[in-house]
Design a protein around this ligand. Structure first.
Ligand code: SF4
Length: 261
């Protein structure tokens, strides 16, 4: 059935929602996974998200009504709403409408982005964003391009824009054995984070192969099927390198899953 938007509503394409996420920001989060992404990460666990047409068309007002039902619970856990993907900045108007509506409800808002399309985020969108989860796929430009198919520079430019606005950032880094776990690369990501005084923490996320079947379903070739999940020692080593740079670093995507290292 076609969605008829209310006045002031913006339509967008949504891949999925999660009403009680614990991996994408502080507290319990209502997470909206938008479809559409311009990167082609080798380890993407949602390759079906990359095509915007794989999403369900939704009016922002409808989704905000759904989020409102969870408001007491989200606030009780000091959580909020995270707009993720895919890449939310492929749909900046829809993303802003959701973030704005959540702020009006008094909910904490987070934007989970690679930063690559950061130039598409108007200041008005950042004005209604409390926290940016900035995914830095690699710190070495050549490696970044190998992993994502795109350049690192736009992400760094976006980070500088967030720095100028003094917006809190949580850097997220996926540790992939044999791909991103080289010490030179980890040091490079850590240096990027250390040079940004607005980075509050780094989250080292261990690679996993759980999305592998989706690649086949999309008719795409997955090249990391023989790559293992990092060992405890490998992860601890990566965390230690970040901490050497003076950055608060945790293992995993939220306080709830942070293992002591
Ligand atoms: S940025 Fe995220 S959604 Fe886009 S290709 Fe990379 S892992 Fe997949």
């Amino acid at each position: 059935m076609a969605v008829v938007p209310e006045a002031g509503s913006v339509d967008g394409y949504v891949h999925a929602v999660e009403s009680a996420g614990t991996l994408d920001g502080p507290g319990v989060r209502f997470v909206v996974f938008l479809s559409g992404c311009w990167l082609t990460c080798l380890y993407c666990h949602n390759p079906d998200c990359q095509n915007i047409n794989n999403g369900r068309q939704v009016a922002s007002t409808e989704l905000l009504k759904e989020i409102a039902d969870y408001k007491p619970y989200l606030q009780h856990t000091h959580g909020g709403v995270t707009i993720s993907g895919g890449e939310p900045l492929v749909q900046p108007a829809f993303t802003e409408a959701l973030l704005r509506g959540c702020k009006k409800m008094g909910l904490h808002t987070a934007l989970d982005t690679s930063g690559f399309p950061g130039w598409r985020a108007p200041d008005s969108l950042l004005d209604v964003t409390d926290l940016v989860l900035l995914d830095i796929k690699a710190g070495l430009p050549e490696l970044y391009e190998r992993i994502t198919g795109k350049a690192l520079e736009p992400t760094l430019e976006f980070a500088q824009r967030l720095r100028a606005r003094d917006m809190p950032i949580w850097v997220r880094f996926v540790l992939v054995p044999g791909l991103t776990d080289g010490e030179d690369n980890i040091h490079a990501v850590a240096q990027i984070a250390a040079d940004l005084p607005n980075v509050e923490r780094v989250e080292v996320l261990p690679f996993h192969n759980m999305g592998i079947h989706k690649w086949a379903e999309q008719g795409m070739t997955y090249t990391l099927s023989d790559t293992p999940t990092p060992t405890h020692e490998q992860t601890a080593h990566a965390v230690a390198i970040f901490r050497e740079h003076g950055i608060a670093t945790v293992y995993g995507g939220s306080e709830g899953t942070t293992a002591p290292l």
